[in-house]
Design a binder for this molecule. Structure first.
Ligand SMILES: CNc1nc2cc3c(=O)[nH]c(N)nc3c(CCc3ccccc3)c2[nH]1
Ligand SMILES: [Zn+2]
Length: 373
């Protein structure tokens, strides 16, 4: 497993860690926010712009690329890096979550999951072996084990059976992993909100010695305090010398709260998704730039931001573009939102260096307008 983690320092004020992850396509500091590029593109952004923003690792989706254009196309292109002209690190999900969230007709068995293609309706089958084969074809640097992300809420009995099957699937993924030298495989801890099941899942997977671990089954509709409670008793179950990836998280407050609980890697579609309807993250909270009050506002989206968008364009101009459905409009809001989250994680890393992440959280929540706990 060619993924290594360097634990640089632990924050004295919180459980946060400063670290560095090394992959065959470079390294990135943690805690880190990873932009999501589901269809082999972080929507509307060119790779050069992602580099300019400061992104060193992006995410893509096994499920979507398998369906379209097909992993054979990507493999014959020389892999995902070459296909999309991205020379940084790439992490791909195993497809399990997407099956459960996109396809309503599905049947979970020991062998794998039967479901319908959410585009064509054709019957499909995804298994641990198939998910590993696809990720090996894509050539991502960090691959995820094939797991079941149960719905929220789920009964203890359902969750227990699911955790045990996900652990068996994880072993099958390790056996089916064809390129351990080039690609690193992360195990995914499940167990929902049940501490006993999170412990069982962590025991099963940490005994298999993956180069990194993801915390799955969260950001699926549970209240934020439930997520924080699960993190409080789950991150300590994971080895200190390996990276921890909290899947599907999240909003700016969840990134800071997750980092405080020892999470190293985050992903979410939020910054790119809300940008497409003209909503921006700013240091003073969210701003809906298409709002009429900005029609003659010739100031930047965020006066505290030094990104390309904020240095060169005004709210009035971006509002005009968004309302006219001009593509440059959502490119400018996307650029700013990604820059905002990448910058936020830089501030989190600095706060850890200075042992003051708890103070930073209070200041940030106050200014951004998140209600205190
Ligand atoms: C939004 N909330 C959310 N909760 C998740 C839970 C799981 C989970 O328990 N297992 C797996 N395998 N994935 C999950 C994902 C998808 C994350 C992702 C998206 C895009 C690209 C790469 C990775 C989740 N996303
Ligand atoms: Zn900006």
């Amino acid at each position: 497993m060619a993924i290594t983690y360097e634990l640089i320092k632990t924050c004295k004020q919180t459980g946060a860690r400063l670290g560095k992850v090394h992959t065959p396509h470079g390294s990135f500091e943690t805690p880190v926010f990873m932009p999501v590029g589901t269809l082999a593109t972080v929507k509307t952004m060119a790779p050069e712009e992602l580099k300019e923003i400061g992104a060193n690792i992006i995410l893509s989706n096994t499920y979507h690329l398998w369906l379209r254009p097909g992993e054979d196309v990507v493999e014959e292109a020389g892999g995902l890096h070459k296909f999309m002209n991205w020379d940084g690190s790439i992490l791909t999900d195993s497809g399990g979550f997407q099956v459960f969230s996109l396809s309503d007709m599905r049947q979970i068995e020991e062998e794998g999951v039967h479901f319908r293609n959410h585009i064509s309706g054709a019957k499909l089958f995804l298994s641990p072996e198939k998910a590993m084969h696809i990720q090996n074809s894509l050539g991502s640097d960090i691959m995820m084990a094939f797991d079941e992300c149960p719905p929220y809420p789920a009964s203890y009995d359902y969750m227990k059976a699911s955790v045990e099957r996900t652990s068996r699937w994880a072993e099958r993924c390790l056996e089916a992993h064809q390129k351990p030298g080039q690609q690193g495989l992360f195990g995914i801890i499940q167990g929902g909100e049940y501490e006993e099941l999170r412990k069982q899942s962590a025991r099963d997977l940490t005994s298999l010695d993956f180069p990194g671990y993801a915390i799955g089954g969260l950001s699926v509709g549970e209240p934020k305090d439930v997520m924080n409670k699960v993190l409080d008793f789950t991150t300590p179950l994971l080895p200190d010398e390996k990276p921890r990836y909290l899947m599907g998280v999240g909003s700016p407050d969840s990134l800071v709260d997750g980092a405080m609980r020892g999470v190293d890697m985050f992903d979410c579609v939020l910054p790119t998704r809300i940008a497409r309807n003209g909503t921006c993250m700013t240091s003073n909270g969210r701003l809906v730039v298409r709002n009429a009050k900005f029609a003659k506002d010739f100031t930047p989206i965020d006066e505290n931001c030094d990104c390309y968008t904020c240095r060169n364009y005004t709210k009035a101009y971006i509002r005009h573009l968004i309302k006219a459905n001009e593509t440059l409009g959502i490119r400018l809001t996307t650029y700013h939102n990604l820059y905002f989250l990448v910058k936020l994680m830089g501030q989190v890393r600095n706060a850890i260096k200075e042992d003051r992440l708890g103070d930073f959280r209070d200041e940030f929540f106050e200014q951004y307008g998140f209600n205190k706990p």
